[in-house]
Ligand binder design. Structure first.
Ligand SMILES: [Ca+2]
Ligand SMILES: [Ca+2]
Length: 471
């Protein structure tokens, strides 16, 4: 009996190990692609002139979220929230100088969690924000990025400063955009794509992977090889049009707070040149994303890899007279967001379901079978990925700080129809926009008695979800 029992045990043990191995091998990989300061200026989002063939192709095999929102339209606060799965009032990261790990010792970030659950993890470029020195020039040093994060498999990049590349136009005239005569790989985003592809080629195939690639463009400075500028004839660039009195009903905190150095445009021609430079860098970023996506296909990984593409927050290209992020208007709070989950029934469709970047963490846990930490404040998007009409949230919530000293604290909710924004719980202004009638948020209805009931309801939703901030 004893040898038989032992043989049975050995057989059972071997079966268990083989099942575990098969499970590990079948676990989907994750590719997280991010772009910095990207508005919904992509062809797949219906932009009239943007040329983004690679992300458009991804959108055809993904769910495209029309109503995806960041939780704080500023680099570090948005990324800290998305990567920790926690709202900004929980992370208390409300400025680029704040440190998630000091505020929340022991916080379990998304890539760290995957690493602890058996994934090979790597990061190229800007995913977190910590350690990024201020100033556009120093931000061109990729070695400085992501310092202090627990995302350990960092790859060395050949540090190549964009300022070493021959400049043909733009900067010479004091404009914030630069056409270079070099190649894609002379610029940091080209290096990120190249490094990511090399990592995919050399990775450990016995483990599923979580690769995050964070492109820097279209963040200022607007630098790209000349061929991407050539995609945009100057005459094709149009300025936004809005009512002459648009600013009259915007509360003061929502109007001021331009980021120093970003007030870039004085003449209509310069404004159009800035938009052209922005779109050129969007196309450049798209091409780099395409290199990574092509490598997935070439290496036979596309069928078993979840792909998420997200911006960290939006960007104003002149709407409401604004040329920056950090506002709680649609252009700043909304993000481009594509999710390809292998086998999801909604792939190739567009969803109007309101979702948050906070949902990325629980979604990736759900789709991979990695247990989700109980602390997460978002929801898995799986129901929407299988049925793009599924409704997940009552609204998307965002918080912001505005003003010359970031002294105004805003909170905003976007439902399928409405946006309601309060500044300092309403003491410094309230906004209400009806997206069914006014998709550009030109008319603030907060003082209109006809909408008093919906305003009261949305303010109660805000108060219930987001505690007074900055106290
Ligand atoms: Ca950003
Ligand atoms: Ca207005």
């Amino acid at each position: 009996m004893k040898p038989l029992r032992s043989a049975l045990f050995t057989l059972l043990y071997a079966l268990c190990i083989s099942a575990l191995n098969a499970f590990a091998a079948s676990k989907p990989n994750v590719l997280l692609l991010m772009s910095d300061d990207l508005a919904n200026t992509l062809g797949c989002y219906g932009h009239p002139v943007a040329k983004t063939p690679n992300l458009d192709a991804l959108a055809k095999r993904a769910v495209l979220f029309e109503r995806a929102y960041c939780q704080f339209p500023h680099c570090n606060p948005s990324r800290a929230s998305m990567m920790s799965g926690l709202r900004p009032h929980t992370t208390r990261v409300t400025d680029n100088a704040d440190n998630l790990y000091q505020n929340l010792p022991g916080v379990m970030t998304l890539p760290h969690h995957f690493r602890r659950n058996g994934y090979a993890t790597a990061r190229c470029g800007k995913i977190f924000h910590l350690g990024v020195p201020t100033g556009a020039e120093s931000m061109d040093d990729p070695q400085a990025w992501d310092f202090g994060t627990p995302f350990k498999d960092e790859r060395p990049y050949p540090p190549k400063r964009e300022s070493t590349v021959k400049v043909t136009t733009g900067k010479k005239q004091g404009l914030p955009w630069t056409e270079t005569t070099g190649t894609d790989d002379d610029l940091v985003d080209g290096n990120f794509a190249k490094t990511a592809v090399e990592w995919l080629e050399k990775r450990d195939p016995s483990k599923p992977f979580f690769l995050a690639v964070g492109f820097h463009r279209p963040h200022l400075p607007l630098v790209a090889p000349a061929k991407y500028f050539d995609l945009y004839p100057f005459d094709s660039i149009k300025l936004p049009t809005e009512p002459a009195d648009d600013e009259a009903d915007i509360p003061a905190p929502a109007r001021n707070g331009s980021v120093p150095g970003y007030a870039i445009s004085t003449t209509p021609e310069q404004r159009r040149a800035a938009i052209r430079g922005y779109l050129a860098t969007v196309s450049f970023m798209d091409a780099q994303a395409g290199r990574v996506l092509d490598a997935l296909k070439r290496l036979g990984l596309a069928e078993n890899t979840i792909v998420v593409f997200a911006g960290d927050h939006g960007w104003h290209l002149g709407e409401h007279g604004l040329w920056h992020k950090r506002s709680l208007f649609e252009e700043s709070a909304r993000v481009p967001f594509l999710v390809h989950a292998p086998g999801a029934k909604g792939n190739g469709q567009r969803s109007l379901s309101v979702v948050e970047l906070l949902d990325v963490y629980p979604t990736l846990c759900d789709l991979t079978g990695v247990p989700a930490p109980a602390s997460l404040q978002g929801k898995s998007l799986r129901p929407v990925l299988n049925d793009p009409k599924a409704v997940l949230h009552e609204g998307a919530f965002a918080q912001a700080r505005r003003g010359p000293k970031a002294e105004f604290w805003g909170r905003s909710v976007r439902t399928a129809r409405w946006r309601c924004t309060e500044w300092d719980e309403g003491r410094n202004g309230i906004e209400l926009y009806d997206h069914d009638a006014d998709p550009h948020e030109f008319t603030n209805l907060a003082g209109d008695p006809k909408h008093a009931a919906v305003l009261k309801e949305l303010r109660a939703v805000l108060a219930a979800k987001l505690p007074p901030f900055g106290k």
